[in-house]
Design a protein around this ligand. Structure first.
Ligand code: ADP
Ligand code: MG
Length: 558
């Protein structure tokens, strides 16, 4: 099933810019096949599953064929429902963003005629509507079709199911001779075949089959998640299941960048993979991922295509894949070599229908689960912590601190209280941390005691902390952080946070002085503003950071 870059489909620079802005990395199979055929002027019958990108497959040729200087309706797109008409109009609007003088309007039942009349009178060139309302406007004379050159029937089978056959036939017989006709339908029942036979001229039939296969050994669940809560739910699920090695799919490059940064800021060791990276950068990221230098790879479908890794614990579909085939492709990364794996899919809003149709279409076995509550996450974290603690106790591998403990006991503290206080300190207000596991696995940045944490735990690149120095160097600016020894902050953590969140190399940092309640951090002057902006509000040891330029007074207090 072929997919090609949009640039190879002969579309204009404006469209390329728009699809880039939408974050589409390449054309889907139906788009790859339909766009060039439609732009040549051929009639097309396109058949593919829900979610395979049919809208852009006809919207792009529609936009390209419009003559902007001609202020008449040149393209008519018929959809079964008002929701679909609005949706298609929205997507078309995004795709023509950079085309000057091309306008689109949805017309549908329920909206005032007046408003639609004004839009039509203003000279829009692309009209998207339900058959009933389009008929109405034609009869009233408010929709003139004398300049019409392209008609699109989206979800033709559904339109017939909904009883629009007469309206459709009347519309098709009223449009000028020689217009181009594009038919889209998930199925081609007899009635559709008749319509095609009567109104199409030698159409090109394009049928994209889905070769999705089930992956029975993968445990597949989906969660209905509000778009804004996805990040929160993702981190909950990671913590709850103690996942440490997985792939997270997003639909666009922009989303990949954002999610990578957000996870990073929350202390997960992540990296990203998408089409904007050079081949060399991609190879490096993949190599590091294979070596498990970080925990989660955030990627687009395209970028992850060549990725060959074993033993992934989990694949997250942070964004729903386009079709069932992409879905099975994605989740096939887990559960290799007969092992069982997990696939977790998020759907929000309307995506639920898309997922359900994918499940039906490709017979997927995905069950619904409820988003875990914070309490459940806390409990799971506590269990992990408990097991780790017991593990250390049982192994007998720990240094003794009898003198300190004796002193506390002498002062009358109960041993249970001493332990509770220590646990409290370890939790750092953000819940107990995952102690680093033996072996090459990376550890979490948040809330680890200094002795247990490696300095390089935030970024995959080891960034050894610079030795504390006195005296300020030229070209350095001193920043004031509202966290210090009291908050158990360490030099390594500050370096980790700064390099992790800003992605600057550790070399831009100078002296770091940690005081009781604050820290002074030297940073190359040209990066100071960025460091302040990016670090402010980030949590360090469960403590919300405030960062500002240090005053002379603060600097003198060292
Ligand atoms: P269909 O009409 O076939 O059911 P849609 O046109 O509604 O599918 O597209 C489904 C989703 O896929 C939409 O959210 C759309 O924005 C997205 N999409 C379409 N084309 C691409 C592409 N080339 N790359 C990434 N996402 C795409
Ligand atoms: Mg559609």
């Amino acid at each position: 099933m072929e997919k090609r870059p949009f640039a190879e489909l002969g579309v204009s620079a404006e469209i390329l810019k728009a699809v880039g802005k939408l974050g589409y990395e390449e054309a889907s199979p139906i788009q790859t096949a339909v766009i060039p055929a439609a732009m040549k002027g051929r009639d097309v019958v396109g058949q593919s599953a829900t979610g395979s990108g049919k809208t852009a497959a006809f919207a792009i040729p529609a936009i390209e064929m419009v003559k902007p200087q001609l202020r008449k309706v040149q393209c008519l797109i018929l959809c079964p429902t008002r929701e679909l008409a609005v949706q298609v109009a929205e997507e078309t609007g995004k795709l023509l963003l950079f085309k000057r003088g091309v306008h689109v309007v949805p017309i549908y039942g329920g909206q005032s005629y007046d408003r639609q009349f004004r839009a039509l009178a203003a000279g829009v060139q692309i009209v998207i509507g339900t058959p009933g309302r389009v008929m109405d406007h034609m009869e009233r004379g408010t929709l003139k079709l004398d300049a019409l050159r392209l008609v699109v029937l989206d979800e033709a089978d559904r339109m017939l199911d909904m009883g629009f056959r007469d309206d459709i036939e009347r519309i098709l017989s009223a449009v000028p001779e020689g217009r181009q006709l594009l038919f889209f339908s998930a199925t081609i029942p007899k009635a559709i075949q008749e319509l095609i036979g009567r109104y199409s001229r030698d159409p090109e039939w394009i049928r994209i089959e889905s070769h999705a296969q089930n992956a029975p050994q993968v445990d597949q669940v989906y969660y209905e998640v509000d778009r804004r809560s996805k990040l929160e739910v993702l981190t909950r699920l990671i913590d709850l299941n103690d996942f440490r090695y997985g792939l997270i799919f997003c639909s666009t490059k922009v989303m990949v960048d954002e999610l990578d940064e957000h996870l990073h800021a929350r202390g997960y060791a992540t990296d990203r993979l998408h089409g904007d990276l050079s081949q060399m950068q991609r190879d490096r990221v993949m190599e590091k991922f294979r070596r498990r230098s970080f925990e989660f790879l955030v990627a687009t479908d395209v970028a992850a295509r060549g990725l060959d890794v074993d033993d992934l614990e989990v694949v997250f579909n942070f964004d729903l894949p386009n079709d069932a085939e992409d879905y099975t492709h994605r989740i096939g990364r887990t559960a290799r070599a007969g092992k069982s794996g997990r696939a977790i899919t998020f759907v929000s809003g309307r995506e639920l229908y898309k997922l359900q149709s994918m499940i039906r279409f490709a017979n997927l076995r995905i069950r619904r689960e409820r988003v875990p509550s914070l309490d459940q996450v806390e409990e799971a974290r506590a269990n992990v912590f408990f097991e780790k603690l017991r593990g250390v106790l049982d192994s007998g591998r720990f240094e003794r601190h009898d003198r300190m403990i004796d002193r506390l006991l002498d002062q009358g503290y109960a041993s249970t209280d001493i332990c509770s206080a220590l646990i409290q300190l370890l939790k750092g207000g953000d819940g107990p941390a995952k102690a680093p596991a033996p072996g090459p696995e990376p550890a979490r940045a948040e809330g680890l005691p200094e002795s247990a944490a490696e300095p390089s735990l935030v970024r995959a690149e080891p960034a050894p902390p610079p030795a504390a120095r006195t005296g300020r160097e030229a070209g350095m600016t001193t920043l004031f952080l509202n966290a210090g020894r009291k908050h158990l902050v360490t030099t390594a953590e500050i370096v980790g946070k700064v390099t992790g969140v800003t992605r600057l190399p550790a070399g831009v940092l100078g002296a770091i002085d940690i005081h009781q309640r604050h820290a002074l951090v030297d940073v190359a002057a040209e990066h100071a503003d960025m460091v302040i902006a990016k670090l402010t509000g980030i949590r360090l040891r469960g403590h919300a950071l405030k960062v500002s330029l240090a005053t002379t007074e603060e600097r003198a207090r060292e």
